[in-house]
Design a protein around this ligand. Structure first.
Ligand code: GLU
Length: 434
């Protein structure tokens, strides 16, 4: 397994660029409506977003020039509660992606059983090219633009790709200044000193590990002896790899946006993290072979955790997958074509709206604590998260088993149907249809 590297990653990115994530999200919703034999009115209510905002965000750069960035916020549906979802900073963010992700959030919150609707935000930028001061100004500008539609009872952002607790702190501070009141519940994923929640940073990864653990039980795969490949080595990928390795799993392959590392005897996630901190990538990690994403997906392993961006497992990569379980740490990593192939090959895909819901679950805990101004201990958070994840997994797994044609229904379809049932019911009692 040699070659790979950034050229391969780039080629793969080009090949997957054509897929419209918003259309994929709509397709998934439509299919769930049809499978549950619900009236098309329900689909009409869910196929578009309630509100989509695009805003110009002018920032005075360190060299004195003005640069205008583009920011988005999409609010999909708030039948179950205030809109909820992260804000990502990425050079290739676009409006369709943001809208799709907000649909995903509506369904994710319904699956996870947290009283939120779905929202998502993004700024088109490469945060690595910005200084700390520029990043702060940009984050404050984002809040200036979006504050009128945000609020603890309206829409509550959180971190996502390339945003972190510090970015949330700047935004929350800006919001508090605008409304002239310390309203920390407007954003989750904040630093601990500012009403953040212990364990929020590792929550998505922890939730993914719990979901994968439950999936492994159903396939009789001992997790403490499993070989795992992880695509993406950011917040989710690193912590998931670390937790799985601590539990005895062997992390055989890891890739990031610049390349990858492979070692069938296992990679040490902490050492890999330090190496990436120094060099900017996992590529070239001592003792490993260099690989690209297509090799990662084809790796001989039991479990794959996609923890990067969407549309990574495609009709080209899916047939090569040997793993028995895919735990989607990322949002939308698998295309619909790939889903079909994986279903035929009996690969259990634990879908994003279940597998990565740990982040929004702990966001919910943070919001509850902010509303009460009373804070829980870390052990309480971990126990509650585990309970929520196991419960959600069981709900979806049992829902799938209860379907008449159970072999024909994937876990993703079951998750969408389960969420849709809740959404349709609440929209009905609210008088939105029927
Ligand atoms: N960005 C995370 C997600 O996609 C977390 C969202 C939240 O906590 O609101 O699930």
């Amino acid at each position: 397994m040699t070659g790979g590297g950034s050229a391969v990653v780039l080629e793969e990115k080009k090949a997957t660029k054509k897929i419209n994530t918003f259309e994929v999200a709509q397709l998934r919703v439509k299919r769930a409506v049809e499978q549950l034999c619900l009236p098309m009115d329900v689909y009409e209510l869910l196929k578009s977003c309630d509100r989509v905002i695009e805003s110009a965000l002018p920032v005075e750069m360190d060299d004195g020039r003005i640069r205008v960035f583009t920011g988005y916020r999409s609010q999909h549906n708030n039948a179950l509660g205030p809109y909820k979802g992260g804000i990502r900073y990425h050079p290739s963010a676009d409006i369709d992606e943001v809208k799709a992700m907000s649909i995903w959030m509506t369904f994710k919150c319904a699956v996870a059983g947290v009283p939120f609707g779905g929202g998502k935000g993004a700024v088109i930028c490469n945060p690595r090219e910005l200084s700390e001061k520029e990043l702060e100004k940009l984050s404050r500008q984002y809040m200036q633009a979006m504050a009128p539609v945000l609020g603890p009872g309206k829409d509550i952002p959180a971190p996502d790709v390339n945003t972190n607790a510090q970015v949330m702190a700047w935004m929350a501070d800006e919001y508090c200044k605008i409304v002239q009141c310390n309203s920390f519940g407007v954003i989750t994923g904040k630093p601990l000193d500012m009403g953040g929640c212990v364990g929020r940073e590792t929550a998505t990864a922890r939730g993914t590990v719990y979901a994968v653990r439950e999936a492994a039980k159903t396939k009789n795969i001992p997790l403490d002896n499993a070989a795992v490949a992880v695509q993406g080595f950011g917040n989710v990928g690193f912590h998931a790899a670390r937790m799985l390795a601590d539990g005895g799993s062997r992390i055989v392959a890891v890739t990031d946006s610049s390349g990858g590392a492979y070692n069938p005897r296992g990679l040490d996630p902490r050492a890999l993290f330090e190496y990436k901190k120094e060099t900017g990538s996992v590529k070239g990690f001592p003792g490993s072979e260099q690989i690209g994403n297509s090799e990662l997906f084809a790796t001989d392993c039991d479990i794959i955790i996609p923890a990067a961006l969407e549309n990574q497992i495609t009709a080209e990569t899916a047939p090569k997958i040997k793993a028995k379980i895919i735990g989607e740490g990322a949002n939308g990593p698998t295309t619909p074509d790939a889903d079909e192939i994986l279903k035929d090959n009996n690969v259990l895909v634990v879908p994003d709206i279940l597998a990565n819901s740990g982040g929004v679950v702990v966001s919910y805990f943070e919001w509850v604590q902010n509303n009460y101004s009373y804070y829980w201990k870390e052990t309480e958070i971990e126990e509650r998260l585990e309970l929520k994840m196991v419960e959600a997994f069981e709900h979806i797994y049992n829902f799938k088993s209860d379907c008449l044609n159970t072999d024909d229904v994937t876990m993703r379809e079951a998750a969408f149907m389960y969420a849709l049932k809740r959404l349709a019911e609440v929209m009905k009692v609210r008088g939105w249809w029927g």
